[in-house]
Design a protein around this ligand. Structure first.
Ligand SMILES: [Fe+2]
Length: 294
């Protein structure tokens, strides 16, 4: 179409999008163009802002590497990751769900650990934490033989891949649930941490006077054939940022039951902490996500 005005460009672009063969891709592209054009009109985007926006998109790509994913950070910082999670789980948002954000730090092939073992692989200071978990279906029945991948930041707020002071795969491990659907391990109590702020996301947060912190959390990724892969995070309710997560990830169902114990543990250490949590899996296709980093 030879355009007469701005209305024509929207109509023409929508008509072209409607030619997409695949029906799902067609629906996505038609809606995307409709909303993008609506957004440009809504904010009366200037030419300088448009050029800045394309530069930002390019910068997000350039900042992304094998060990850092700026696009995932940005999606989380805009609440989009959480929205996608919540409309796709728990009966499409109608009931509570154990599902949460994958985040940018899951690694494939973390080492297998016996139930009751430790995931501390190099000197890591911090209060001991004993985790017991139970994996069940929506009827509350145990799921045996599920593979439970766990990972978390150290007590200084860094994942091992961000910190040369930690051994490879420190604070990561893979467990198998027993006949009662249980797994358990020993680690150290994690703390909240700031997301990386040296890129595009950092500039956005500064412009909005937002702190960069995620509240302390334990990640899990649970795999059992016949069930949707369960990607979860359990949060520490005593963390000062529990109700202002920069990634909008904290839901009621994921606030963990962290208990402080002041009597010494078997090694004579006090205080120590325990966490017991039940993970609920939903039936579905078992598709492992692509790891955001290597
Ligand atoms: Fe995390």
């Amino acid at each position: 179409m030879i355009l007469k005005n701005d209305k024509d460009v929207t109509a023409d672009a929508l008509a072209v999008m409607a030619q997409t063969t695949d029906p799902r891709l067609r629906a996505i592209m038609v809606s995307l163009v409709k909303h993008l054009h609506g957004f440009v009109r809504d904010v009366a985007l200037t030419e300088a802002e448009f050029r800045a926006a394309t530069a930002v998109v390019n910068e997000i790509g350039k900042l992304t590497s094998d060990t850092h994913n700026e696009a995932v950070l940005m999606a989380g910082s805009l609440g989009v990751s959480s929205l996608v999670c919540l409309i796709n789980n728990g009966d499409n948002g109608n009931t509570e769900t154990s599902q949460s954000l994958l985040g940018p730090f899951w690694r494939l092939n973390s080492p297998e650990v016996e139930n009751g073992g430790t995931i501390v692989r190099s000197g890591t200071s911090g209060d001991p934490l004993f985790v017991t978990g139970r994996v069940v279906n929506r009827a509350g029945e145990p799921i045996a033989g599920a593979k439970v991948d766990v990972w978390h930041a150290s007590p200084v707020g860094l994942y091992e891949n961000q910190d040369p002071g930690q051994a490879d795969m420190n604070l990561r491990g893979k467990f198998t649930t027993d006949a009662q659907g249980r797994f358990r391990f020993r680690t150290v109590k994690m703390v909240g941490y700031p997301i990386p702020t040296d890129g595009v996301v950092g500039r956005l947060l500064a412009a909005q006077h937002r702190h960069p912190y995620r509240p302390a959390h334990l990640h899990t990724l649970i795999v059992k054939p016949g069930y949707k892969v369960l990607i979860s995070q359990v949060y520490d309710p005593t963390d000062p940022h529990i109700d202002s997560d920069v990634q909008f990830g904290v839901t009621k169902a994921l606030v963990g039951d962290f208990v402080r114990h002041d009597e010494p543990d078997p090694t004579g250490t006090a205080p120590w902490y325990s966490l017991d949590h039940t993970y609920v899996m939903e039936r579905g296709e078992t598709v492992l996500p692509k790891p955001p980093i290597k």
